[in-house]
Ligand binder design. Structure first.
Ligand code: URA
Length: 436
């Protein structure tokens, strides 16, 4: 078999056989097929797409390119959740302890942020002392004792995705439904959980810009998971504006702590309650979502979810005093309000622009080698549907960059806000639920 023939076959719109897909994935993972041929194949897939069978085989080949975890030594039904990425998305930090407090077992492997999207691991590491490198028996003990752990993926898990994703990132081939589906599902399947809840984000700040694409992606992933015996469901959530009010690592951790105290922003809490009630049903803790939702509301009220979060942070080496006294988190040198230049209603708050601006303020990385400034980011004071008066604060930037660097970013942020005279309704965060 020659890789060039497979590229031509896909370029001309034909289906690849299972054997051909495995030849590509295995050859590329082992370094026998070069980057340029793999990227040509990925670009052909961007243009020509893949059949359901091809996506399923690609997922399977990627899943088995490295270690596949066996979580059978963990007690109970193991639930997992994955977001396709967004701005201000601290859901896992809140939802993980919530579902654990209600009796589910969450053994979650998370990723780092890149570009305008944040990563749960970076957020966790903004808490002094926290380690995400927990493996083997320590991981098993933590999950069995507390019911939740959020740790980093080991290098041996789905090596094909590591290479392919890095290549896609620099060759304009990230936005492809079959490639995203295989990337996400290969990691989720290899991580070993019994059930998977996918949060497929939709809007300018997400990979899927419209509902049709988001639905198609969600349906493919749900079908792959269920066919392989994992109860897989999806929530389609809005990512046209950032989730919650905080964007940036330590700022988001503080918002997550507030949420666990019952003081979270409405959209974040709604996503946590909706996703959590599905996860508790998947875990068979409750028969109905209504029962699950009631328990989730209760675990916030009675402090049990916050308690779980504290136990998880402590088990992962974190300094609890920061969680109990969030005012201890170091603040950035410059904290500057961005003011509205006119009266009106916020019609748009472009998540992509806010994510990129937060990254430029120091809160994110352009390449995986960049070092993040944990204190940097943006606190949003006004979101879509809010009324604002001229001179009122739209949002506040937090940065250690000099004025010459942050002033142009403030201008970009002003452009992310579209303010109109007519009344605008807030957008619901949950757009659709897909269950088979
Ligand atoms: N998240 C992933 O893990 N993979 C993709 O391809 C896109 C989002």
């Amino acid at each position: 078999m020659r890789m060039v023939d497979l590229i031509i076959k896909k370029r001309d719109g034909h289906e690849l056989s299972d054997e051909e897909i495995r030849f590509w994935v295995n050859g590329y993972t082992k370094g026998e097929i070069p980057d340029y041929q793999s990227s040509a194949m990925q670009m052909a897939i961007v243009f020509r797409g893949m059949s359901k069978r091809e996506v399923s085989t690609l997922t399977d080949a990627m899943e088995h390119s490295g270690e596949v975890l066996d979580l059978s030594m963990l007690k109970g039904v193991k639930v997992d959740k994955h977001s396709t990425g967004g701005v201000g998305d601290k859901t896992s930090l809140v939802l993980g302890p919530m579902v654990a407090a209600c009796g589910a077992t969450l053994a979650k492997l998370s990723g780092r942020g890149l570009g305008h999207t944040g990563g749960t691991l970076d957020k966790l590491e903004s808490i002094p002392g926290v380690t995400i490198a927990i493996e083997g028996q320590r991981f098993v003990d933590q999950v069995n004792r507390i019911g939740c752990a959020i740790v980093g993926q080991t290098a041996s898990l789905v090596p094909a995705d590591k290479k392919m994703y890095a290549l896609r990132d620099v060759t304009g081939t990230v936005e492809s439904i079959p490639l995203i589906a295989a990337s996400v599902m290969s990691k989720k399947l290899a991580s070993g959980a019994d059930t998977i809840l996918l949060d497929v984000t939709v809007g300018e700040g997400a990979f899927m810009k419209n509902m049709d694409d988001a639905r198609e992606l969600a349906n493919i992933m749900v079908e792959i998971g269920n066919r392989l015996g994992r109860d897989t469901r999806a929530v389609l959530s809005d990512m046209s504006e950032p989730l919650g009010k905080a964007v940036g690592n330590a700022l988001e951790v503080k918002e997550a702590i507030a949420a666990l105290h019952g003081e979270g922003p409405e959209d974040l809490m709604e996503l946590c309650y909706t996703a959590g009630s599905i996860m508790l049903q998947q875990a068979k803790v409750f028969k109905t979502k209504e029962e699950g939702r009631k328990a989730l509301v209760e675990c916030i009220k009675n402090g049990k979810a916050f308690e779980k979060f504290c136990l998880m942070i402590e088990a992962q080496g974190g300094d609890l005093s920061y969680i109990l006294h969030p005012e201890k988190f170091e603040l950035a040198k410059h904290i500057v309000d961005v003011k509205a230049e006119q009266d009106g209603y916020v019609k748009e708050l472009e998540a992509l622009e806010i994510g990129v601006s937060s990254m430029k303020l120091g809160g994110g990385r352009e390449t995986l080698e960049d070092v993040i400034d944990m204190s940097a980011g943006i606190m949003l004071n006004k979101k879509i549907g809010d009324y604002v008066k001229k001179g009122e604060t739209l949002c506040t930037i937090h940065t250690n960059k000099p004025e010459s660097e942050y002033l142009p970013i403030i201008e970009d942020i002003k452009h992310a806000y579209v303010i109109v005279k007519e009344k605008v309704e807030a957008r619901p965060v949950i757009k659709e639920i897909i269950e088979k």
